[in-house]
Design a binder for this molecule. Structure first.
Ligand code: AMP
Length: 168
């Protein structure tokens, strides 16, 4: 059983790298953002409740994101989590064997995000998501410091994937 958290700013490649790592570990990749977007697309009650916050780049409430993610955390083999927990108030009882910090300079992530063209990738929303990352999410690195794996994310994707396979 291996439980891994991918930590990095939006646009750092943590989604792609998390999926590759999950495949190589033989565990499931769980993205809170993807689960929430599915709920919105499916028009579920949860989706209606989170729609507004997501379109503005704001975080949804701890209760609502827990509702989306907790069932997926019961996987017996372990998992690679992307996007949850994203702030200290979401870390209660959530432990990991490794927390990967994919470090990418802000100027580079802004460049990548503007090129991605997702509905919530406008300049104002990107600025808000980066602010939220700095203020709310980066403190998780200290909280999980005993298991943090620091990785330079501003490199060729295959190199990063190979390093993760070795170190996680
Ligand atoms: P992501 O795909 O990780 O960029 O997430 C997209 C959006 O989903 C975020 O901008 C938030 O609105 C919401 N979201 C995802 N994960 C969380 C979380 N752990 N806590 C609160 N909101 C979240």
């Amino acid at each position: 059983m291996k439980r891994v958290l991918m930590l990095g700013p939006p646009g750092s490649g943590k989604g792609t790298q998390g999926e590759r790592l999950a495949r190589s570990l033989g565990v499931e990749h769980i993205s809170s953002g993807a689960l929430l977007r599915e709920a919105v697309a499916g028009g579920t009650p949860l989706g209606h409740q989170v729609e507004q916050a997501m379109s503005e780049g704001r975080l949804v409430s701890d209760e609502l994101v827990s509702e989306a993610v907790r069932p997926a955390l019961q996987r017996r083999n372990g998992y690679v989590l992307d996007g949850f927990p994203r702030k200290l108030s979401q870390t209660d009882g959530v432990d990991f064997d490794a927390v990967v910090h994919l470090d990418v300079p802000e100027a580079e992530v802004v460049r990548r995000l503007l090129g991605r063209g997702r509905a919530d990738d406008t300049e104002a929303v990107i600025a808000e998501r980066l602010r939220e990352y700095r203020e709310d999410t980066l403190p998780l690195l200290d909280h999980y410091r005993d298991v943090v794996v620091e990785v330079d994310g501003d490199r060729d994707a295959d190199e990063i994937a190979a390093e993760l396979r070795e170190r996680v």
